[in-house]
Design a protein around this ligand. Structure first.
Ligand SMILES: [Zn+2]
Length: 141
């Protein structure tokens, strides 16, 4: 892996991580304020306690995302970034650019997805409904 590429991936991942954490902090703060309404500063909490609290609030999906980001950052640090977990081939850079925390190459990922589909039917509902402009019947006047 090229250094410049790794640096860029690291930047992207760090930004994402910050965003997730910022969002969570806001949620934690809100929860606190609702719970004990004492003007206590959430940001003063020891980070260990805060991360424990964050863990309670995190949905599985958020936790997975955060974990994936952390792991990707670890892999950048220890030099194993960009290798497929399953076949140990290098993951295409375009794929890494689109999905910086992916651990699988395209073919392993699609194998996995095929398998997952056999287990449960995907019921994705991505239908976007566009409200069409109301047709004007200009028969007035
Ligand atoms: Zn693979």
């Amino acid at each position: 892996m090229r250094k410049a590429f790794l640096k860029k991936a690291q930047g992207t991942l760090t930004t994402w991580k910050d965003q997730v954490l910022k969002q969570l902090n806001a949620e934690v703060k809100e929860g606190r304020e609702a719970a004990l309404d004492e003007g206590m500063d959430t940001y003063d909490l020891a980070s260990e306690e805060r991360s424990r609290e964050i863990n309670l609030i995190l949905s599985d999906r958020d936790r997975e995302k955060l974990l994936a980001i952390e792991e990707a950052l670890d892999r950048i640090r220890n030099g194993s970034y960009g290798m497929c977990d399953m076949c140990e081939e290098e993951i295409a850079t375009e794929r890494l650019e689109a999905l910086p925390f992916t651990r699988l190459c395209v073919s392993c990922q699609s194998d996995l997805e095929k398998e997952a589909k056999q287990h449960r039917r995907g019921d994705e509902d991505r239908g976007q409904r566009r409200t069409s402009l109301v047709d004007l019947d200009d028969d007035n006047l």
